[in-house]
Design a protein around this ligand. Structure first.
Ligand SMILES: NC(=O)c1ccc[n+]([C@@H]2O[C@H](COP(=O)([O-])OP(=O)(O)OC[C@H]3O[C@@H](n4cnc5c(N)ncnc54)[C@H](OP(=O)(O)O)[C@@H]3O)[C@@H](O)[C@H]2O)c1
Length: 335
């Protein structure tokens, strides 16, 4: 029987591998209007953590249910089809679950990938996939960087953060990444190309570290983390600053959310703070992926990923990603 990773219990605070279980599930039947994909890659996305809590669920997604496959973005190949638009052999990206096989009807962010020879498949789940697209939309469409801007990115060493830093640099900005460890900060500067990086390990006083790195203040903050870091950055804005709210990873496991305390700064600095969901821009995905592909080809953008092999490794991979033990995009590859 095929396998899936299910939610074994609702996480209490920090996610643990024991919150998940690998279970055997029946092979799904393919009815008229549906098609079957054999999944090749799982994307490990921090955002899904928010919908794993007991009682979670909002206008965007339903909360996850116990003993059901954990929701995820996947990449798979069509192996059986009763849907005219999804022929056997097509490679598709979809929002479904951590399962070896999925039956789909073409809805829920499903699209056929136009792959380019020579581009490895995993790139379509990272730089050329929802991660890269999220980074692009948040930075270019919401943040609107200007040459010479000072740009700060939180969770800079993660999937979205590594792409945002490179895009901002290519737009002529001065980039500062916020991360957990000294080793990751070094990697961000030496490998990813940030101009500077601040780690919580070496500089627990973020306020002081930012004042030292950017004495003139911050033009654009791309926030993946929320909470205390967001409040600190809000106190160091330049006039007409933009705060892009992409994620709030520090809040997904918190018992009570941190209050946002520095809103007055938005007024006096004439700043704009705006959240976005990448899925609202689905019509622009092909054009954005073309742009990201061109940048990859030019060498302006590099893909950074950490791959785990086999469905059994999925719980570990997700926990590593959530706990900052991974670098760049975290993926699980399947046979
Ligand atoms: N709005 C959208 O449409 C959209 C789409 C996709 C993702 N997102 C959001 O974007 C953010 C990044 O997602 P991702 O999938 O690329 O994950 P990710 O950044 O690859 O992984 C999570 C990283 O967050 C950092 N982190 C974890 N716990 C933290 C804490 N308590 N405080 C500060 N940093 C912490 C760690 O990086 P360091 O070790 O570097 O600190 C960790 O590696 C998430 O918040 C996600 O919800 C939003």
């Amino acid at each position: 029987m095929p396998k899936a990773v299910v939610l074994a219990r609702y996480p209490q605070g920090e996610i643990a591998e024991e919150d998940f279980a690998v279970a055997e599930v029946p092979m799904p039947a393919v009815e008229e209007g549906f098609f079957l994909i054999k999944n090749r890659l799982f994307s490990l996305d921090a955002g899904f953590r928010a919908w794993m809590n007991e009682g979670a669920g909002d206008n965007y997604l339903e909360g996850m249910k116990l003993n059901e496959p954990v929701q995820s973005i996947v990449l798979g190949e069509v192996i059986e089809s009763r849907h005219p638009d999804y022929p056997v052999g097509a490679i598709v990206n979809a929002r479904t679950a951590w399962e070896e096989f999925s039956v789909l009807d073409g809805s829920d962010l499903t699209s056929i990938l136009e792959t380019t020879p020579g581009v490895p498949l995993h790139e379509y789940m990272s730089t050329l996939g929802p991660t890269g697209v999220t980074a692009w939309i948040g930075l270019m469409e919401v943040g609107k960087p200007q040459r010479g801007d000072t740009v700060v990115v939180s969770a800079a060493g993660g999937a979205v953060g590594t792409v945002v830093g490179q895009l901002a640099k290519a737009e002529g900005c001065y980039t500062v990444g916020l991360t957990s460890s000294a080793a990751k900060a070094k990697w961000l500067v030496e490998e990813v190309g940030y101009d500077a990086a601040i780690s919580r390990e070496e500089s627990p006083d973020l306020d002081a570290a930012l004042k030292q790195a950017l004495p003139e203040g911050i033009d654009l903050f791309f926030d993946n983390v929320g909470g205390a870091a967001l409040n600190t950055v809000m106190g160091q804005l330049r006039e007409n600053a933009r705060l892009v709210l992409c994620g709030a990873i520090s809040q997904y496991e918190a018992e009570a959310p941190d209050p946002v305390t520095n809103c007055w700064e938005l007024i006096t600095k004439r700043a704009r703070m705006e959240g976005f969901m990448f899925s609202d821009y689905i019509d622009q995905f092909p054009a954005i992926m073309d742009d990201l592909g061109r940048r990859l080809k030019k060498g302006e953008l590099k893909g950074f990923d950490q791959q785990y092999h086999g469905i059994e490794k999925t719980p570990q991979a997700f926990c590593d990603m959530m706990h900052g033990n991974a670098r760049g995009k975290c993926l699980v590859t399947l046979d």
